[in-house]
Design a protein around this ligand. Structure first.
Ligand code: MG
Length: 463
């Protein structure tokens, strides 16, 4: 999340608001944000849905109050992944949508993600207007005879599954024939209500792990390699072909090999892009800090790879502009434009199992067609965002003679490695990400960059 405003327990960002429940994220704040959104969309049709967090019912009621009070016709699709809510907004041609989720944030967080007509992420002008309505408290409240309404529909999951099954790159009979055994770990998040069903519809032998949609997350909501021990063990003990895991709102997907090894989250987008480009030609869009594997995929298929600043909104914007056939981030979030301009962990399941079904290779064998890369992620605390800005300017000057990409911060690029230094949107830190052929090389690159930054900072702030 690129934050506009941050406290320890509240983040107001470009995509919405997130905070700690029972603290900053209280009913009053939620109602006010919903009323501001209802004012922005002028009391028209709004689709709402939520992930499985235990604070969901509280947030749901507080948000309904704000929407109905501003005259909105609310269509409530219930517990759903974020991409499902946005897809329903598109199918219903709604005027806006609102997802109650804190995505991959810890269990005690919740929040709202806003989107405008037909599930499009808010543009800058809409974001600015929403925040100014929220801050002014100047809501257009409806009179007694113009109150909004709430309609509940329970077909969102079916619609998402049938939309995925309708993708022209998916051949369910082919997957049925391969008889894949798959362990799916939804972390008791929103994926629980859809992903096991989709896998069964595709003819996989499905083993459910943490697929109880009760919001008690047995592992961190962010599916990092360290969080997937239970899944890795299950894949081994079940002798499965593949392990899959989502974050809390299932817009991300990460993979575990048949050997019970967690794959870097970078592989989801790289594999999906390789798979899709075998079906059709078109541009790819990735952020500057997404793996070089995407350059390799683009080169292999002779298509253009566009790099954007970090953030799904930037990727979506560039995809619309270029008509790209796929886009995404290294976090395991992949965008399939035929379904919607949002990261969709459910569609990613279909793409990955179809890819496996079309080959006799195991997932470990499939990834050997990609060169080995390792990514290192570090950060440097800085006294303020202003100093971070000055520091970045100094970095540009220092490396002016090199091959630099200034899309987001500074990215120094060599033939087989890169390092990106950029400002965090959420805290006064500089993020330093690097990628090289080995873990050691990537770490060395990060460390030497940190040393350079520290010495430049000493010159700037004088300590
Ligand atoms: Mg998410």
């Amino acid at each position: 999340m690129n934050a506009l405003n941050t406290h320890d327990d509240l983040i107001i960002s470009v995509s919405g608001v997130r905070g700690v429940v029972g603290s900053a994220l209280n009913p009053s704040l939620l109602t006010h944000f919903a009323a501001a959104f209802g004012t922005l969309v002028e009391g028209q049709t709004v689709v709402i849905g939520r992930d499985t967090r235990t604070s969901g019912p509280m947030a749901h009621h507080a948000i309904l109050a704000g929407l109905v009070a501003t005259g909105c016709k609310v269509i409530d699709v219930g517990i759903c992944p974020t991409p499902t809510v946005l897809l329903m907004s598109k199918i219903l041609t709604a005027d806006g949508s609102l997802v109650i989720t804190a995505s991959h944030n810890p269990i005690d967080w919740n929040g709202i993600e806003f989107a405008s007509q037909s599930g499009k992420l808010l543009n800058e002008e809409e974001r600015t207007r929403l925040m100014s309505i929220y801050e002014s408290g100047n809501f257009t409240l409806a009179a007694w005879d113009e109150q909004g309404s709430v309609e509940t529909i329970d077909t969102a999951i079916d619609q998402h599954i049938s939309s995925v099954l309708g993708c022209d790159w998916l051949i369910p009979e082919c997957i049925h024939a391969r008889k894949l055994k798959v362990v799916i770990d939804c972390g008791n998040g929103a994926g629980s209500v859809i992903s096991p069903r989709l896998l069964r519809a595709l003819g996989c032998d499905v083993i459910e792990l943490n697929c109880v949609p009760d919001g008690y997350f047995p592992r961190p909501a962010e599916p990092t390699s360290e969080a997937l021990d239970q899944l890795c063990t299950a894949v081994k003990s079940e002798d499965a072909d593949l392990g899959l895991a989502h974050d809390g709102d299932a817009d991300r997907l990460v993979l575990v090999s048949e050997e019970g090894t967690p794959l870097s989250s970078e592989y989801t987008f790289a594999l999906a892009a390789e798979f899709l480009l075998n079906k059709r030609k078109g541009d790819i869009v990735a952020t500057v800090s997404t793996s070089r594997m995407l350059d390799d995929v683009a080169n292999r298929h002779s298509v253009k790879l566009h790099r954007t600043p970090v953030g799904v909104g930037f990727v979506v914007e560039k995809m619309r502009e270029t008509g790209a056939v796929i886009g995404g981030e290294g976090t395991g979030g992949v965008i399939y434009p035929e379904l919607g301009y949002t990261t969709d962990g459910i569609a990613s399941i279909a793409a990955i199992v179809q890819l496996l079904a079309e080959s006799t290779a195991t997932i470990s064998e499939v990834i050997t067609s990609f060169p080995n890369y390792a990514i290192c992620k570090e950060k440097l605390e800085v006294p303020s965002q202003e100093i971070a800005h000055v520091l970045l300017e100094e970095v540009v000057e220092t490396y002016a003679h090199e091959n630099l990409d200034l899309t987001d911060g500074v990215k120094r690029i060599w033939g087989d490695r890169w390092v990106n230094i950029r400002k965090s949107g959420t805290e006064p830190v500089l993020r330093v990400f690097s990628e090289a052929r080995t873990t050691e090389e990537a770490k060395t690159l990060c460390d030497s960059t940190l040393e350079t930054l520290k010495s430049l900072m000493t010159q700037i702030v004088g300590y």
